[in-house]
Design a protein around this ligand. Structure first.
Ligand code: SF4
Length: 345
């Protein structure tokens, strides 16, 4: 990759304190994203995909979470060492996030317009109104706020139209329950893009939508990525979505990125036994009931994970050392294609 490095996560380890003990959720995550990258992050439920993404925005609740080691570099600066105000500005200006269920991301008692105006106002210039009030005296505060809200509403209308809500002027004063699921997700995409983000984190953005709406939302994200020159971290279970949208794929298992490479490598020539298992589990046209080869066993309990390679109880290639020591640092098999497994060390 010749582009500038945008995100680099190095050996990130995250624990959660629970009543039953310490859950070792991330166990040395390494991940890189370049500008213009569209990276799919895949793996079974609970493997740490969302925690990895949240760490970029430093949104992991600590406590009960505790980052025990590692770095999360965004544009070369470690977000783990930024002040709260620096992080607030970073989230407002550079990061956009959309989540799985648009219903829970919108407040049901405020109109779409009010919610968007509040967020856009806080992103464009939070201190503008207060500066104007100091310069011009308190008497000027209300007109200044009214003007800023008018400008923010105008911007909200532009964004709603851009994401395909044509009758935005009529719908902006509606409440979330008056929108369909697909339209609510469009609203969230519009709101997420109201800053000038360089990274869009999309956490299962289409899982809660029906199939035809999923395709529309993915097409919209693709258009916006091109138009705004965004990098995208796309978290999904759906390998079809990865094949359609992503240039690169990172495969996670039990809190570790086990393989990372181009989407072509992952689908045509997967190397890590877990990636091979995932690919073998994809049903193809004509697959009969019972013919899909799943991965035996289940994801380990993070309170008491297996020693050595966390995948060893499920791996058909496991060797004695796999149960004794953690797999080596990722080995580069080709430019940009890395695997963490004793088979390739
Ligand atoms: Fe399998 Fe060993 Fe590789 Fe783990 S390190 S995936 S157990 S071969």
């Amino acid at each position: 990759m010749d582009n500038e490095l945008l995100v680099e996560i190095k050996d990130l380890r995250l624990n959660f304190r629970t009543f039953d003990g310490i859950s070792k959720v991330l166990n040395g995550v390494n991940l890189k994203m370049w500008r213009g990258d569209i990276l799919g992050l895949v793996g079974e439920t609970g493997c740490g995909k969302t925690m990895t993404a949240l760490s970029i925005a430093r949104l992991i609740p600590c406590p009960p979470g505790e980052i025990t080691s590692g770095q999360v570099l965004f544009e070369g600066e470690d977000v783990l060492h930024k002040t709260d105000e620096e992080m607030r500005l970073l989230r407002a200006k550079k990061l956009a996030m959309i989540f799985q269920d648009p219903t829970t991301s919108l407040n049901p008692v405020f109109t779409i317009g009010d919610q968007m105006v509040d967020i856009i106002g806080s992103r464009t210039d939070t201190s503008k109104a207060s500066r104007l009030s100091i310069l011009g005296g308190l008497g000027n505060l209300m007109p200044a706020i009214r003007r800023l809200r008018r400008e923010a509403k105008e911007r909200a209308l532009q964004l709603l139209r851009r994401v395909g809500i044509g009758d935005a002027a009529e719908r902006i004063d509606d409440y979330p329950h008056q929108f369909s699921g697909g339209m609510r997700q469009r609203v969230l995409i519009a709101t997420a893009l109201s800053g000038t983000p360089s990274l869009l984190i999309a956490d299962e953005p289409t899982t809660a939508l029906d199939v035809s709406i999923q395709a529309q939302i993915l097409r919209l994200i693709e258009e916006l990525v091109q138009e705004l020159d965004l990098s995208v971290l796309l978290i999904t279970h759906n390998l079809g979505v990865v094949a359609k949208m992503c240039q690169r794929v990172a495969v996670m298992y039990a809190g570790v990125v086990v393989e990372c490479g181009s989407a072509l490598d992952a689908f045509k020539d997967p190397k890590h036994p877990y990636t091979v298992g995932l690919m073998n589990a994809i049903p193809t046209y004509g697959t009969k009931k019972g013919e899909i080869k799943g991965i035996p066993g289940t994801v380990p309990n993070f309170l008491d994970p297996p020693p050595g390679c966390r995948f060893h109880p499920r791996c058909e290639h496991a060797m004695p050392r796999c149960a004794e020591e953690p797999p080596p640092q990722p080995t580069a098999l080709a430019p940009g294609h890395e695997v963490s497994c004793f088979l390739y060390a």
